[in-house]
Design a protein around this ligand. Structure first.
Ligand SMILES: Cc1ncc(COP(=O)(O)O)c(C=O)c1O
Length: 386
């Protein structure tokens, strides 16, 4: 069992933390020494071997099995893609929107990709129904449930909203999954803003599909993503997006037919993102080693402390207060969020801006001193705050 002291010791492996208060993991997770070494290992292998296709294929399998373990599903239900967007597009291409059941219910928590991909299905007959946030910025599960009916093909939820950090609780997701299934619809969970920051059990949540990537709280890299597809649905879904790494036998090199792999590998396309697989594996090993239970507890406690300190300083926070409804990110309302983020960067406090908010993402390598430094820096730039 990892202790708080162990988490403190782990900070030494993130060189950026020696000089910087880093609160931008919702944008890009920090580089750990072993992830850097994984990139170097890739380059060494390139020099030594030139090409090594068998090893490269094995690298993608290493990511697949770790992602499956992390989310409590099987490796055959996991596709390793080039981005979260690629996985969503592949899934969308396998869904039929031509008949009566052509509606996609999309929450307003979505990241642009997760709105755009589904709107792009309009030319294939899809009708998009949005579910808005209430006045407090939170989407009520009952509002999503009300939007689902016998015309709904798919419900799309972002687990944690990238703009302000509000989260659908596990109970919300289960309620929505039950309503979707009772109406013959399927549920997609975009967990990019949460995966790696807390335990997520896709089997228990009863979602049909999930997607994300390894760039943020999985502390891997860009250029790689994942798509989970429930085992019982795979055979009936044939993506129109395809490629040789989506085939039952990539080595058959058959140009006369499309023969999708019997597992979720059918949602892949071309050559695996090899350098990204090296880095993603190293990042996943750290997350699995620390354990998402430990990370979740730590992140909840640090974000709780941040909320209390921000309230005490009189700052306006856009993130819900309840533990069950907030992810690893705290959003502070600003009058000019871009100017404020730039002023903080000048003081080596790294955050990011979205939709009128300064976003601070907290991970296992952040501590209360980071919160204190963040709040003190905000205090010096009160003129930019709402
Ligand atoms: C919630 C969410 N979904 C999807 C994406 C898009 O991921 P990708 O660039 O890998 O397609 C992001 C990227 O920030 C995100 O935060």
């Amino acid at each position: 069992m990892q202790t708080r002291l162990d988490l403190e010791a782990l900070r030494d492996h993130f060189p950026t933390l020696r000089t910087t208060i880093y609160l931008n993991s919702g944008s890009y997770g920090l580089l750990h020494d072993s992830v850097r070494r994984a990139f170097e290992d890739y380059l060494t292998a390139r020099v030594e071997k030139g090409a090594d296709w068998d090893d490269w294929a094995m690298r993608a399998e290493a990511v697949r099995s770790r992602m499956a373990a992390l989310l409590n599903v099987t490796a055959d239900e996991m596709a390793i893609t080039a981005s979260a967007s690629a996985g969503m597009n592949s899934l969308a291409s396998a869904l039929d929107f031509s008949g009566e059941r052509n509606r996609i219910v999309v929450s307003d928590y979505e990241f642009p990709t997760s709105g755009q991909v589904w709107h792009a299905q309009a030319k294939r007959g899809a009708q998009i129904v949005h579910v808005a946030e209430r006045g407090d910025g939170v989407i009520a599960a009952e509002d999503v449930v009300s939007a689902i009916d016998e015309r709904t093909r798919l419900v799309v939820l972002s687990h944690v909203c990238y703009r302000h950090g509000a989260k659908f609780s596990a109970a919300d997701i289960k309620t929505i999954a039950a309503a979707a299934h009772a109406n013959g619809a399927l549920l997609f969970l975009d967990c990019y803003q949460s995966v790696g920051s807390e335990s997520i059990d896709l089997a228990d949540l009863d979602v049909d599909f999930a997607g994300g990537g390894m760039l943020k709280y999985l502390i891997g890299t860009a250029g790689i993503g994942f798509l989970y597809v429930r085992r019982s649905l795979i055979e009936g879904l044939v993506p129109a997006n395809s490629g040789w790494f989506a085939q039952a036998e990539a080595n058959m090199l058959n140009i006369f037919a499309n023969e999708p792999h019997p597992t979720a590998r059918r949602f892949q396309a071309g050559t695996p993102p090899v350098p990204s697989c090296y880095a993603a594996t190293a990042g996943l090993d750290i997350i699995l080693d620390v354990s998402t239970d430990v990370i979740g507890d730590h992140v909840r406690s640090v974000t709780r402390y941040a909320l209390d300190e921000l309230a005490a300083a009189g700052f306006s926070v856009a993130t819900p207060d309840r533990d069950s409804h907030r992810g690893p990110m705290i959003a502070v309302r600003a009058r000019d969020e871009v100017a404020l983020v730039n002023a903080l960067i000048d003081e080596r406090v790294v955050t990011s801006s979205r939709s009128g908010n300064v976003r601070a993402g907290f991970h296992f390598y952040n501590n209360r001193r980071d919160v204190d430094g963040f709040v003190a820096a905000l205090d010096r730039h009160r003129q930019w705050l709402a």
